[in-house]
Ligand binder design. Sequence first.
Ligand code: AMP
Ligand code: MG
Length: 286
Amino acid sequence: EQGFVEVLAPIIGPCTDPGIRGARQATIDYFGRTYKVMSSAILYKQMVAASLKKMFFFSPNVRLEPLETVKTGRHLCEFFQVDVEEADASYLDAMSVAEKTLRRVVERTLELHERDLASLGRKLAVPETPFKKLTHREAVEMLRSKGYDASYSEELTWSNEEAISSMFDSPFFVYDYPKGSRGFYDREDPRRPGILRDFDMIYPEGYGEAASGAERENDCEIVTRKMRANGEDPESYEWYMEMLKLGVPASAGFGIGVERLTRYVCGLKSIWEARPFPKVAGIYSP
Ligand code: AMP
Ligand code: MG
């Protein structure tokens, strides 16, 4: 409905998203070379957006999450992301696509499955757009004023994210995260050094993060510098660096987790209930 073209997502490749907050990447032996199982297909999105302008993947992701995520209610080791990217777009454009997408999903679910939701005891209203927007600084101030220990220079912790989510009854955005809190691909604002042009969309009622998004860093030199600062070796991102050298248009996008969306829409206590054969950190299961 918004003009985005679906592309089949790669599942394995020589490199994948390193910005996965303490999770480990899964690897496989690919004819004698180590390949990664996609922790996110983000690196491929810029290339596809360069050719199709507006694209999305339904992308299966694997992240070996830390054991403590068993308690968050929103982490699986295998999950799906709808990964969206638009060339020549800003993070404000991406936020607008994200909120329209969420609104539409809720609208359709209410149209088609109102009785199912009632049987789950879930009361859900179509959220009004545009969603509220808080800068990261404002979010930290809000948390601190309620007695939480939140840092101005880091991404919100999982417990802070849940706390701020509980303070709202409609989805909202936190934007302008501090430099260093995210992967090398989130673009630093050239006019406000230290601030990234990125965001999270957050569910209300304590359900926490729905999606993360940003404008992309597409300058090869800046990316190289940021990789080195994060302790990463640009050589292990060979095809990606090659792409940046040849040049890709500026773009922005986001990834929204499918199981978290199901959990929120259905009002489930834990994400394990939101998909068949859930993989939870440290637990051997089918
Ligand atoms: P990230 O790039 O880490 O922000 O991931 C993008 C989106 O994928 C998040 O906003 C979540 O909706 C979803 N996601 C990330 N990690 C997990 C996980 N371990 N289990 C389920 N969903 C996840
Ligand atoms: Mg995130």
